[in-house]
Ligand binder design. Structure first.
Ligand SMILES: Cc1cc2nc3c(=O)[nH]c(=O)nc-3n(C[C@H](O)[C@H](O)[C@H](O)COP(=O)(O)O)c2cc1C
Ligand code: SF4
Length: 436
């Protein structure tokens, strides 16, 4: 069965083979433009490939939105050291569930993107780092890799082109922090998954101290279409400097939850009401988490907005990893802040104090507050603690925990006050979706 009913508003580039009979097989892939981009890339110089990616205005789909072509150009491909391609398939950001579909329904598209990345930076070995909870996907990817080897699309002298590439899957153990690129590198090397100091960045000093091209599953999956149809065609789908389409994961209070491929810059309200069919039971919109739990929340009156990296940054939020969570008028925002902080306190790797202590302290305060034992001074304390984590932690997980908290305290201050007045929780009839 397909993941969800497609929407007529979708622009299917990366998901165009989803729903085809036997979409995971190499034959289906080859019959639907598969590996055309790879053969084209073999005829191009690495510089031309990277230039095409730059023209496409593709920005990393893992969360930060860094321009992919620029990242590829940072890898010193003439270095005498081996170079590696690593795919971040850790997909742990709450609300985000798109990489799994790309691996489940079109694994050869990802393999082709990896090969083109390898060709662009002179790498001949790659790893797909898959979160531990996606065990079934490790099997699915391994089957596709096996098929590609058997048919000469991986291994030595791929299809007689003289290009060699070996690809492996690697399982994480289910730690959110191992999605952070340098913690991922330590994990893949068999160490405890804690982040490394940056710089140097992985492009220069990455896996086993060698230059490493590391990107998200969706980022690599976009590469075949870019090389095949040209960077300009991909760029034209989005907004300036925000090329292409995005797999948006719509969840929460929405009639048609699912993963939809939409042009970057698609309006958020249209996403909710036209793509997602609106909010169940005619309820009003209260807030939206635009791109995963790390993003500052948007109030309902801020949601008439183009979903691209730059517009959301101007609105002091983020496009993040595409996890768009819709919250209706009954949602208790204190409880929602608590739910988010429970996640970060649990996932903090414990390496640095502001994050380890800050997340736990805020979680305890929010719990006490929500349970009706809060004091007025706690509201400011929660905000202050979060602000004191911002920019003071060793890796961005601290910011990821602080940013949504600060936005909830600032934008829904009155709900904290309501909790002081109507103890324990005046929104307790709220809803099942936000269970703290
Ligand atoms: C705590 C934390 C968790 C992250 N989790 C993921 C993840 O699950 N998947 C992912 O692709 N990027 C994740 N990232 C971002 C990566 O560090 C990195 O920026 C990304 O994989 C680069 O790929 P891109 O350029 O394609 O976005 C995470 C970052 C942080 C700080
Ligand atoms: S901010 Fe510090 S404690 Fe938190 S996950 Fe990163 S390194 Fe670990």
């Amino acid at each position: 069965m397909l993941y969800n009913e497609p929407s007529p508003l979708e622009v299917k580039i990366l998901t165009r083979r989803f729903g085809l009979p036997n979409s995971t097989s190499l034959d289906t892939y080859l019959a639907n433009d598969g590996f055309k981009a790879f053969f084209k890339a073999i005829e191009m110089t690495p510089e031309q490939i990277i230039e095409e990616i730059k023209v496409s205005a593709l920005r990393g789909r893992g969360g930060a939105g860094f321009p992919t072509g620029m990242k590829w150009s940072f890898v010193p491909r003439t270095s005498p050291k081996p170079k590696y391609v690593i795919v971040n398939a850790d997909e742990s950001e709450p609300g985000t569930c798109k990489d799994r579909l790309l691996m489940e329904y079109d694994p050869h598209q990802l393999i082709e993107g990896i090969l083109i990345g390898g060709r662009a930076v002179d790498a001949h070995k790659g790893y797909i780092y898959i979160r531990g909870e996606y065990r079934y996907l490790i099997d699915a990817m391994n089957r596709a890799i096996e098929e590609a080897y058997a048919r000469g699309y991986l291994g030595k002298n791929i299809q007689g082109t003289g290009f060699d590439f070996d690809l492996y899957t690697h399982s994480g153990a289910g730690a959110y922090e191992c999605g952070e690129e340098t913690a991922l590198l330590d994990s893949i090397e068999g160490k405890r998954g804690v982040p490394r100091m940056k710089p140097p960045f992985p492009a220069v000093v990455g896996a086993w101290q060698c230059p490493t091209l590391l990107s998200n599953v969706e980022t690599f999956s976009a590469v075949p279409a870019i090389i095949r149809d040209g960077g300009a065609a991909f760029a034209a789908l989005g907004t300036p400097k925000n090329g292409g389409t995005r797999l948006v994961c719509l969840s929460g209070h929405i009639n048609k939850p699912g993963v939809y491929e939409l042009p970057v810059g698609f309006n958020l309200l249209r996403m909710i009401y036209e793509v997602g069919g609106g909010i169940p039971n005619g309820k009003k919109l209260k807030a939206v988490v635009p791109g995963g739990s790390s993003c500052p929340i948007l109030k309902a009156d801020e949601c008439d907005i183009a979903m691209d990296f730059d517009t959301l940054a101007k609105a002091k939020s983020m496009l993040g990893s595409g996890g768009t969570v819709i919250l209706n008028e009954d949602t208790c925002m204190v409880r929602f802040a608590l739910r988010i902080m429970r996640f970060y306190a649990h996932e903090s790797c414990g390496w640095c104090i502001p994050c380890r202590e800050g997340t736990t302290w805020i979680r305890k305060l929010l719990q006490r507050f929500h349970d009706g034992m809060g004091q007025r001074s706690d509201i400011a304390l929660i905000g202050d603690l979060a602000k004191n984590m911002l920019g003071k932690t060793f890796c961005p997980l601290g910011d990821a925990a602080a940013l949504p908290t600060i936005s909830i305290v600032e934008k829904f201050y009155h709900e904290f006050e309501d909790h002081l007045n109507g103890k324990p929780c005046p929104y307790e009839h709220a809803n099942e979706l936000v269970t703290a």
